[in-house]
Structures are given as C-alpha cells and as structure tokens.
Design a protein around this ligand. Structure first.
Ligand code: SF4
Length: 479
C-alpha cells in the first residue's frame, strides 16, 4: 500500500460519513499555520511576505486544537512559517494525535535533527545504544550530542517529544538537487541538512514524505533524479505541485528580487509540459495523491477546484477563498463555507479561470480533493487500485546517484549564494534559479531593492555589493 492502512480507512470513513450526512462540502486536509515566522526566506514563498506585519504572532495551542476539531479534517498539515519554530509544536502534534488525526509536519528540515535528538533523550535506555552508535557512525549526531542524549536531565526525559508513528509524517520541503534547492531556499547547506535529517528519521523509524514545488526554471530531468535519490533514502512518499504566481509571491518577485514573475511561475500550458511524465513517475515512485490529479497535471483531463476541502487556518482566522489567495479571513470554518461564493472560483469546463487569479492555478490544494472525492466509478476504482496496489520499490542507492544529488557548490553564505553562484556560473553544471532571459547573471535591477522590502534581517548590503561588482565585471573574493 502507498499509504498506511489505518489512516486510509479513517479517511474513507470520513468521506462516507459526510456523504451519508448529506454534506456537499467538508474538510479533508486542514492547512494549519500556527505561525508565519521562518528561519528561511525561500523564493516563491508568499507567507512570510503576506503576513510580515504579524510575523511574530502565534496561534495559541488550544486554539489550534479547537480549529482542528471544528473542521474535523482527518489530515492536518502543520505548515507556516516553519512549524518547528512553534514553541509548543510537540504538544500540538500530541494533541492532534489524541484527536485521532493524521499529522504532517511541513518543514524545511533545518531543525528536524534537533527535534529527533529530543526524542532520543526522552527515550534513551542502554538498549537504545546500538541505534545511537549507528547515528554516530553515519555522522548524524556528534559525540557531544550523543553524550547529551545519554545523560539527559530529568526535564529532558519528561519532555513531550515527537515520536515515530504511522500517524505522523515529517514532510520535508525539497525543490531539487543541492544546487537548485539551496538557491531556491536562498541559503546554502540546507539540502545537505535535509538529507541528513531524512537519513536520521528513517533510521529512527519515522515516516518521511517530501514536498516539491515545480517552477518554470525547474529542470524535469533533475526532478526525476531527485525522486530517485529521495527514494533511495527510503522516503515514504512525495507530493508535487506546480508553482503558481499568487499575489504575495508575485510582489516579492518584483520588489525584492527584481524579477519578472512570468520568468519564474508556471502557466497552465507550461505546467502540463513540465508534468508530462508525472504519471510515469507515479508508477516509479510513491507519489501521494490520486491518479486523477496526476492526469489533470499531465493535461489529460480537467478538474474543478475544491478549495473548501483543504482550508487554511492561521493567526487571522480561516483564510478565504484558498491556501494561495486571500480575500478575507473568517472566524469559523462553517462561516467560511457558507459565506464564500465558491462558484466564483476555480476554472470552468474549458479550463478558463472564473476569477482571473485562478487562471493558471493547478495547485494540489485546490484540485487534488476533487479527484479524491470523485464518486465516478472509474475514479473510485483507479484511486482504490493506486492506493491499495503495491508500493514502488525504493530506487537502489549508488555512489553515482549520491554524487549527482550533491551537485552544488557550497559557496558564499545565505543570501550571498545566488550572487556567487552567478559569478561562478557553470561551476556546478546546474542552471541558476535566478537566470533571466537566458542570461545567468541576475536581473539588472536586482541590486536596487530597498532594504525595507526584503525579508529576513532586511540587510541586503552584502548581496547588493556583490551584485554591483558582478555587473561591473568584477569578481568577488573567495568565500
Ligand atoms: S483555482 Fe482554487 S485553489 Fe487555485 S487560486 Fe483559484 S480558488 Fe485558489
């Protein structure tokens, strides 16, 4: 099976129950954003820009648990921001589990190993020592960290921790192999950390999924290599979705990076070109989702939008109409269900946007539930076969695969990586995610961004100086 049996049964029961109760619209997955704070400033992420004025606010734990109970979605995707920064993330996961829900923690992977060390410290006994030795042997924990785990203080032993469970997935953001991923997250070293965290999680018995957004500059051949590599690490499943130029992400493109969003985000036609192999990938790798959504991505069918099935709750309330667009926030899920005119959104039978902002959207949060909830005989049978059929075998690990994955040049620091990568273009044999109109140098007004428009610390002076030198034909010094 692609997905553990018990949660699959729970989800099927949820659908049947709602249908028997005559509910035409109901929640399948809650996108819970307990905070928008993040340690990264990924290109294409609208959240840290759209909610910049409330970036330090958090949804209280009891409110998070109450909204999950209110919408009663069987699956909760804790996203943000970076959810592992949420001060009570462990209690949140435990509380959602007590409610019987499947929990995905959508993380950039940077703090995962810390959370797993907390689990090891809370559960350490001499019988755990062989596992610790293995982690040491694979350099996934340091000697000092292993010692701290063995000698954990009583408060660390009593701490609520995130334990391995068939009802929980780490859902790690990976947008490509090393070079591409580090450029997109605008910080080098993140890919390496994600891979280390995935290895450690698999060794400790956690379930791991990955999520990938595909942009215009994404190289399809690289995506297939990425899936092979992730599969060889034992990753349990992958979600993949096209990058879409929603307002907040579009503004960031223009203001902070000086890029034309058309060069970065996908139109519907381009999405179909990029995803032409997605059904073959669905047979080779454990892609989560439904065959119907994969057919839609590949351009073999149309689907209506069911954004109401994947609602988003954050510090301002229930975000309407969907995960990517914000017209308003409602105080309750039922309020949102009743007051939004859902017929105004999505696409018509010809695939044209009912709202101009929906024109290019093929996001899984809008369209995946339509395929999953379809009661057509063919869809029901195909979905059943896909989920209950055998899971694709892990791709065999090999030194070549590993070398291909770590294709990046670890140069520069943080936001400097894009500039240095542009200077050293050709170095890694990968294309710069910042290429513009076929030119591997950054866009000409990239360095004219005002500090107040930037995310993170807002200090772009080092990057701007580098970009100026590049444009003047100078080469910055070695890192
Ligand atoms: S098609 Fe649906 S998910 Fe996409 S932007 Fe429109 S309302 Fe949102």
């Amino acid at each position: 099976m692609r997905f553990p049996l018990a949660p699959t049964v729970k989800i099927a029961r949820h659908i049947v129950r709602n249908r028997l109760q005559g509910n035409a619209k109901f929640a399948m997955v809650l996108q819970l954003e307990p905070l928008h704070t993040c340690n990264l400033t990924c290109t294409g992420c609208g959240r840290i820009r759209e909610y910049s004025t409330s970036i330090k606010d958090v949804v209280p734990l009891d409110k998070c648990l109450a909204v999950a109970a209110e919408c009663d979605a069987p699956m909760i995707s804790i996203c943000g921001g970076e959810p592992l920064i949420y001060p009570r993330i462990e209690e949140l996961v435990a509380g959602l589990r007590e409610q019987g829900r499947m929990v995905y923690i959508c993380t950039n992977g940077v703090f995962m190993r810390k959370k797993m060390r907390d689990y090891l410290a809370a559960s350490y006994t001499p019988a755990t020592e062989p596992v610790l030795q293995r982690l040491l042997g694979e350099k996934l924990v340091s000697e000092a960290e292993a010692e701290a785990i063995r000698n954990a203080k009583p408060e660390a032993r009593a701490k609520v921790v995130i334990r391995p469970s068939p009802w929980h997935y780490w859902n790690v953001h990976v947008d490509g192999l090393e070079f591409t991923h580090d450029l997109i997250v605008e910080r080098e070293g993140v890919f390496k950390e994600c891979v280390a965290a995935i290895r450690m999680a698999k060794l400790l018995g956690y379930q791991v999924a990955t999520n990938t957004t595909v942009y215009k500059e994404t190289d399809v051949a690289e995506l297939e290599e990425m899936f092979k590599f992730l599969s060889s690490l034992g990753v349990d499943g992958h979600t993949i979705s096209p990058g879409y130029d929603y307002d907040a992400a579009k503004k960031d493109m223009v203001k902070r990076l000086g890029k034309d969003p058309k060069d970065f985000f996908l139109t519907r036609d381009l999405t179909r070109q990029k995803f032409r192999d997605v059904q073959r990938w669905g047979e080779m790798f454990t892609l989560f989702g439904t065959p119907g959504y994969l057919e839609f991505l590949a351009g073999h069918r149309e689907l209506a939008c069911s954004a109401w099935a994947v609602p988003t709750y954050n510090i301002r309330g229930w975000k309407a109409p969907c995960y990517v667009m914000t017209d308003t926030h409602y105080p309750t899920y039922s309020d949102m269900l009743g007051k939004v005119d859902w017929n105004r959104f999505g696409v018509d039978e010809k695939g044209c946007g009912r709202d101009p902002r929906c024109e290019n959207c093929m996001m899984h949060s809008g369209f995946e539930p339509t395929a999953a909830l379809s009661s057509g005989l063919r869809d029901t049978w195909v979905n059943f076969k896909y989920n209950f059929g055998s899971r694709p075998a892990p791709y065999p690990a090999s030194p070549d695969l590993e070398r291909g994955a770590f294709n990046g040049a670890s140069i520069g620091k943080g936001h400097l990586a894009e500039a240095k990568a542009a200077v050293n273009h050709g170095l890694a044999g990968a294309r710069s995610a910042y290429a513009h109109a076929g030119n591997d140098l950054p866009h000409e007004h990239a360095h004219a961004v005002a500090a107040s428009d930037a995310c993170g610390t807002g200090d772009t002076s080092q990057r701007d100086a580098l970009l100026a030198k590049i444009q003047a034909g100078g080469k910055p010094g070695a890192p």
